[in-house]
Design a protein around this ligand. Structure first.
Ligand code: B4P
Length: 202
């Protein structure tokens, strides 16, 4: 079953990749290229944690442990951001969905609001390189969940809860598998070329 939307001036893209694969890095660039919103659930959650909102207070313990924040909380955050009258036309969703329940809710939203997705970009990077990048970021930024123990748990959670979404989107004809290793500029050109082949270009 193919649920890809036809090419549009404001693409709706999802980024699906393990921690450290470059979702944030490439998500920001894609949003800039297409002039659409970059919505990163990790960033939204960290903003809530930083100012200790009720959402942030609930999310913090899950994030510190490398676990996923409960689906209802994440869904409310994302749907508030892309919903509205009218719903957002174009966006890059970075780090969402991360569970089958989130993917099903996102698909229902897309159909109901006539905003079906153009593509799901998956970034593939060998695990040792993921760990190296995250440890390096942890050293440079002090980000609380970029430590050895939490990284191992985030990678485990990704395999169990998020990796099954690759098949979910492949079945719907939406998945673009991209080699995420090498320089960020090179990865970005791989993604842009794959999107252009699909008819999604700026
Ligand atoms: P995220 O903020 O999404 O954390 P992440 O998976 O580590 O990805 P991030 O985008 O930060 O890193 P990236 O790969 O770009 O989530 C954090 C937590 O929030 C989750 O553990 C979870 O608790 C919660 N959460 C978020 N979304 C959720 C959801 N939908 N449901 C439930 N819970 C949710 O980059 C990593 C590093 O690699 C960077 O330093 C970058 O500079 C570097 N890098 C990138 N590309 C590179 C390249 N090509 N070469 C070398 N280095 C590169």
């Amino acid at each position: 079953m193919t649920q890809r939307a036809s090419a549009s001036a404001s693409p709706r893209l999802l980024l699906l990749a393990p921690p450290g694969a470059g979702k944030g890095t490439q998500g920001r660039r894609l949003a800039e290229l297409f002039g659409v919103a970059h919505i990163a659930t990790g960033d939204l959650l960290r903003e809530h944690v930083a100012i200790a909102t009720p959402v942030g207070r609930e999310a913090k313990s899950y994030m510190d442990a490398g676990e996923l924040v409960p689906d209802p909380l994440v869904l409310t955050l994302v749907l508030d951001r892309i919903g509205g009258e009218p719903p957002l036309d174009g966006f890059v969703l970075d780090g969402f969905p991360r569970t089958v329940a989130q993917a099903e809710a996102a698909m229902r939203w897309a159909v109901d609001s006539d905003r079906t997705f153009h593509a799901v970009v998956s970034l593939e990077v060998p695990t040792p390189e993921l760990i190296r990048r995250l440890l390096e970021r942890g050293r440079a930024s002090g980000r609380a969940d970029d430590n050895e123990v939490t990284i191992a748990e985030r990678l485990r959670v990704y395999e169990v809860k998020t990796a099954p979404l690759l098949a979910f989107y492949a079945r719907r004809g939406l998945l673009l598998e991209i080699d995420g290793s090498g320089d960020p500029d090179l990865v970005f050109s791989r993604i842009s070329e794959a999107l252009t082949r699909l008819g999604v270009s700026s």
